[in-house]
Design a binder for this molecule. Structure first.
Ligand SMILES: Nc1ncnc2c1ncn2[C@@H]1O[C@H](COP(=O)(O)OP(=O)(O)OP(=O)(O)O)[C@@H](O)[C@H]1O
Length: 278
């Protein structure tokens, strides 16, 4: 593995793992044949501020990994800690975005972005007392992703790419320490997707939070992440890890360079082997 600090970005050089998963398993339902063993013998460490991507065959447990780290579904065995805290219930320090932006249609863009603040303690109480700082924060985030002027519109009045930008703002409004992204750009056309790569990379470079990105798109993983993990077929575990030693900020042209293509080919070979179970 390579460890070029310039390429690794804000999280580079920080040793203590922010996320630590040790020999974890996650079993849905009963632990007999009626259930489903999604993850087994799972080990993973993510440094604070690191941008990590996870790729692997369909159904190998990538989304389950998100649930494991966020505490939405508890592990069946092993250890999972985030910032040294045992994950046994849903964490408040997590922001999440999915392939489907799932904006509430009766709420405006601004109200959608503010939703986590209105739901999650302790922000809820502070919000009731004084909305202004939160509204200012939401507007600043919308400006950051190029959506100034859309605050009073509804999600269904926006394009898919714009909705996904709103979803990113909603995931970030409570200033989470870790952002979990489950194929957030999977439903978008190629040009919009690449625009959002830039938006996400800029947000990460500026704010330095930890990101775990699940994606089927290998160029997306290589463009965005500093480290990519490949999972085995179900039950998933990490079978291959590579550091992406490309300088930041990465430009769209980078995807045509031989080194970029080499990373993608290497990952494709490992995912292909994982699919075949070899
Ligand atoms: N709530 C659930 N109850 C039972 N089994 C589940 C549940 N959620 C996921 N599974 C099973 O766990 C396994 C891993 O699912 P998961 O969604 O984590 O995979 P994935 O890698 O994200 O899939 P994909 O790449 O297709 O999105 C699959 O076999 C799936 O059917």
């Amino acid at each position: 593995m390579t460890t070029n600090a310039a390429a690794m970005g804000p999280g580079a050089g920080m040793k203590a793992p922010f996320v630590r998963i040790t020999n974890a398993s996650l079993h849905y339902g009963e632990e007999d044949e009626s259930g489903s063993l999604a993850l087994q013998g799972f080990d993973l460490e993510i440094a604070r501020g690191e941008f990590v991507a996870v790729v692997g065959p369909s159904g190998c447990g990538k989304s389950t990994l998100m649930k494991l780290i966020s505490g939405l579904t508890p592990r069946s065995s092993g250890h999972v800690t985030v910032d040294g805290v045992d994950v046994v219930r849903p964490l408040k320090t997590v922001g999440m975005a999915f392939q489907n932006p799932a904006l509430l249609p009766w709420r405006t863009v601004l109200e959608n972005v503010l939703l986590p603040i209105q739901v999650v303690r302790p922000h809820r109480t502070a919000f009731r007392q004084d909305r202004a700082p939160f509204v200012a924060r939401a507007k600043a985030l919308l400006a950051k992703v190029g959506l100034t002027g859309t605050e009073d519109r509804f999600g269904w009045q926006l394009s898919g790419g714009m909705q996904q930008r709103v979803s990113l703002c909603r995931a970030l409004i409570h200033e989470p320490e870790i952002l979990l992204l489950d194929e957030p750009f999977g439903a978008l056309d190629a040009f919009t997707r690449e625009e959002l790569w830039d938006v996400l990379q800029t947000l990460w470079i500026e704010r330095g939070f930890t990101i775990l990105l699940v994606t089927h798109d290998l160029p997306e993983a290589v463009f965005l992440a500093s480290r990519v993990h490949v999972l085995s077929s179900r039950p998933g575990r990490v079978i291959y890890t590579t550091d992406i030693d490309l300088s930041r900020p990465r430009q769209q042209d980078a995807i045509f360079t031989p080194r970029f293509v080499e990373y993608v080919h290497d990952l494709r070979a490992h995912v292909s082997r994982a699919r075949q179970g070899t």
